[in-house]
Write a protein that binds this ligand. Structure first.
Ligand SMILES: CC(C)(COP(=O)(O)OP(=O)(O)OC[C@H]1O[C@@H](n2cnc3c(N)ncnc32)[C@H](O)[C@@H]1OP(=O)(O)O)[C@@H](O)C(=O)NCCC(=O)NCCS
Length: 145
């Protein structure tokens, strides 16, 4: 099922890297399709990644509302994280559960909160997310993530 979801996102032009797991309970905005997610990422349950902003058209005349989101490699988005348009999240970064990401977040950090802010650097070398970090049930779909 997750394969079909990933295929659907890719058909809409979203770049999803190798071994990246996107929970079936997450939502990617395919309206404009300007989302890029690197390799080995874990996008957990309830995450929403938004690449356009309809509100901008109402606030600023002439605004298209179009944007983009770029997520590096080996990024963990905790449950119910929302990533707004025109944000870049660097590689090897963890975003804590329930965060609202409105500004760029650099590589190799833990960040959380609303708006998400860097809390601390992560130790290097960065452990890479593996298949074991992508929990599966006997049906092959994510359990808690
Ligand atoms: C951020 C996280 C990784 C913990 O990091 P940590 O450095 O070990 O944080 P701690 O638990 O020591 O908490 C440190 C402080 O940050 C706060 N905090 C922790 N996580 C937070 C979050 N997601 N949002 C806001 N504040 C958070 C704690 O309340 C604590 O504040 P206090 O010192 O005022 O009490 C963890 O809380 C988290 O969000 N994990 C993601 C879980 C998830 O989504 N799993 C999906 C299924 S795999």
């Amino acid at each position: 099922m997750r394969f079909v979801q990933t295929l659907y996102y890719r058909l809409y032009g979203i770049h999803i890297g190798r071994r990246t797991m996107i929970s079936l309970g997450a939502k990617l905005d395919v309206h404009r399709g300007r989302i890029s997610i690197g390799d080995d990422c874990l996008i957990t349950h309830g995450c929403v990644i938004v690449s356009h902003d309809g509100a901008a058209k109402m606030i600023w005349h002439g605004a298209t509302g179009e944007g983009r989101v770029v997520i590096g490699d080996n990024v963990f988005l905790g449950v119910n994280t929302i990533v707004l348009p025109n944000v870049t999240i660097g590689s090897n970064t963890v975003i804590g559960a329930g965060s609202l990401v409105v500004h760029d977040i650099p590589s190799g950090v833990l960040a959380f909160g609303s708006p998400a802010r860097v809390v601390r650097q992560l130790p290097v070398p960065y452990p890479r997310l593996t298949a074991n970090d992508h929990p599966k049930t006997e049906w092959g779909s994510p359990s808690s993530c």
